[in-house]
Design a protein around this ligand. Sequence first.
Ligand SMILES: Cc1cc2nc3c(=O)[nH]c(=O)nc-3n(C[C@H](O)[C@H](O)[C@H](O)COP(=O)(O)OP(=O)(O)OC[C@H]3O[C@@H](n4cnc5c(N)ncnc54)[C@H](O)[C@@H]3O)c2cc1C
Length: 288
Amino acid sequence: MIPGSFAYHRPTTVKEAVGLLNSLGDDARALAGGHSLIPMMKLRLASPAHLIDLAGVADLKGIREDGRDVVIGAMTTQHDVIGSELLAKKVPILRETSVLIADPQVRYLGTIGGNVANGDPGNDMPAVMMCLNATYQVMGKSGERRIAAREFYQGAYFTALEPGEIVTAIRMPAPAAGHGYAYEKLKRKVGDYATAAAAVVLTLSGGKVATCSIGLTNVAETPLWAEEACKILTGSALDPATVKKAVAAAEAITAPASDGRGPAVYRTKMAGVMMTRALARAKTRAGG
Ligand SMILES: Cc1cc2nc3c(=O)[nH]c(=O)nc-3n(C[C@H](O)[C@H](O)[C@H](O)COP(=O)(O)OP(=O)(O)OC[C@H]3O[C@@H](n4cnc5c(N)ncnc54)[C@H](O)[C@@H]3O)c2cc1C
């Protein structure tokens, strides 16, 4: 299919981009890598009259440290995330997740900002951002505000973004040195969205879980943060009985659709399997 006609705008500053989005109103959409939006336009599921391409806004690119936080510009591509030495050292789960997204062609253009702002429950980064307790820096006509990833997702394709706002950067506290991490994703074939996936970041102290965070992908209308499961695991040695109890708590918050990736009950069980595998790998990486 061919998309409907649209006017193309290429601002060079955040102010200009936000100004265009606000003056053009509901008919305008931000364009990042285009690897979610353009397919939607080709299917005529979206028909914006104006595309505001963020590719020319230099301030939206780059990866840097800010005190104990790591800050990633919204227009940083998934390919750049994979190649970042800073991220490999400080937040390695982002590389592990990025290499499981689509294929190199998509990752060369697809951005981290587009992935988190899109609101598709199949996107991989949102659950990872919830797991990392990331915050999204957002700019709109009233200025900048920050929204916790754990409060951002309201339904499939519904987020806390107000009309005319864009995500400018993603900010996260770097997990403690020596932390364990893993992103486990079940997919039908290479390049597919998740049937179910789980992100784990944990620290151990004396062989017991000191801190633990778990995010789940594509097993509800929004990404999920499995808070109760984390509470159950904290203080444990990740023994099989406790892991089983935590998995049951995580499965209880899922509500996947039955679709081409399998019936709902299967996808819920696969979320539990992915979580169990991610916990085991994270434990090993944390020296447990
Ligand atoms: C074949 C294929 C396979 C894929 N597989 C996966 C997969 O396994 N996992 C996965 O996570 N993704 C997958 N994707 C999606 C891919 O990662 C996209 O690149 C990503 O979802 C969106 O990023 P983008 O930069 O392309 O955003 P775009 O497509 O340009 O934009 C997506 C949406 O976000 C909005 N938006 C973009 N940037 C901003 C911003 N800074 N502020 C506010 N709103 C913004 C746009 O207006 C639009 O509504 C796949 C895509 C394809 C084509």
